[in-house]
Design a binder for this molecule. Structure first.
Ligand code: CUA
Length: 318
């Protein structure tokens, strides 16, 4: 017999409702008995305390056996649920999730990457999770799945979305200052739309390439394009020739240049802009020379904030 795989949300909800239902019945019973006893054995009715015979075998057996069976049934039911979450259906579509401070990217078979998790409806999805730096945790409440991203190892979860829609995806392990920015979405598309999205992976035009890299490397979690303040200084102030002063070197003023931007990406701790904390992780060995050049080109564009209005590859999905 081939095993049938329930959707992860169904599996978890059944166990939850089972345990919640039993707890509710016990709560009502115990509270009722407590109230009855408080009235019946009140001092005004029973002025003299009475002993209860100490050996009452059937009572002992009953209150040992019934709770034991209840607890065992909870364990069995939960264990079945755990197994069906741990065993991935063999036809699942594998997608890699990469966690870093402070963004997610999802890598598809064939190499397409996306800052959102785009999946087809009604198909099992296997997510292999890796971390580039510290502990993170992938959490999609709608599908009741949560798994740590552990540096140096690959963990996995699977789920199946029964219907199309947009669902939240969080990091649920405190991973540093911008932990709360590690939010993205799961976009569940009809199967045909998903295939079209997957095929439609044209390299972005040069003008959109830089914007796409900002998404891919998670820069926008901490740096805005519109001048608003986030964890780090806004890219809007990054104009060639503009003066920068640094918290860790207050006597030096530098003007923004290619070399300055490259150094800020590869060795962010070497010059921390005044007013900000030294929290940016280094991108040394995490970004290719080609991507680095494209990013610097983009960041030096005077009208990049306007360019940010151009839809990224992700937004152009059907
Ligand atoms: Cu990543 Cu919290």
């Amino acid at each position: 017999m081939t095993p049938t795989w329930l959707d992860t949300a169904e599996t978890v909800d059944k166990v939850f409702l089972y345990i919640f239902g039993i707890s509710l019945v016990l709560l009502v019973l115990i509270t009722a008995v407590m109230v009855v006893f408080a009235i019946r054995f009140h001092r005004s009715r029973q002025p003299q305390p009475r002993d209860i015979p100490s050996s009452c075998l059937w009572l002992e057996i009953t209150w040992t056996l019934i709770p034991t069976l209840i607890v065992l049934s909870m364990f069995w039911y939960g264990w079945q649920g755990y197994l069906s979450l741990a065993n991935v259906p063999p036809d699942a579509l594998p997608i890699q999730a990469v966690a870093r401070q402070w963004s997610w990217s999802f890598v598809y078979p064939g190499g397409r990457t996306s800052p959102k998790l785009v999946v087809p409806a009604n198909r099992s999805i296997r997510i292999d999770i890796i971390s580039e730096d510290v502990l993170h945790s992938l959490y999609i409440p709608a599908f009741r799945i949560k798994k740590d991203a552990v540096p140096g190892m690959t963990t996995h979860v699977w789920f199946r979305a029964p219907e199309t829609g947009t669902f939240d995806l969080f990091c649920t392990e405190y991973c540093g200052l911008a932990h709360a920015s590690m939010i993205t979405t799961v976009e569940v598309l009809p199967a045909a739309d998903f295939e079209a999205w997957l095929q439609n992976d044209q390299p972005a035009a040069d003008s959109a390439k830089g914007r796409q890299l900002l998404d891919q490397y998670g820069c926008l979690a901490c740096h805005s394009l519109d001048g608003s303040t986030r964890v780090g200084p806004s890219f809007a102030q990054l104009v060639e020739g503009a003066n920068r002063t640094f918290a860790n070197d207050p006597d030096t003023t530098l003007s923004v240049s290619r070399a300055y931007i490259k150094r800020s990406i590869l060795e962010p701790g070497s010059q921390v802009v005044q007013g900000y904390a030294a929290v940016m992780p280094s991108y040394l060995d995490k970004i290719s020379e080609q991507d680095l050049q494209a990013l610097v080109d983009y960041l030096l564009q005077p009208d990049k904030a306007k360019a940010s209005g151009t839809p990224s590859a992700m937004d152009s999905q059907p």
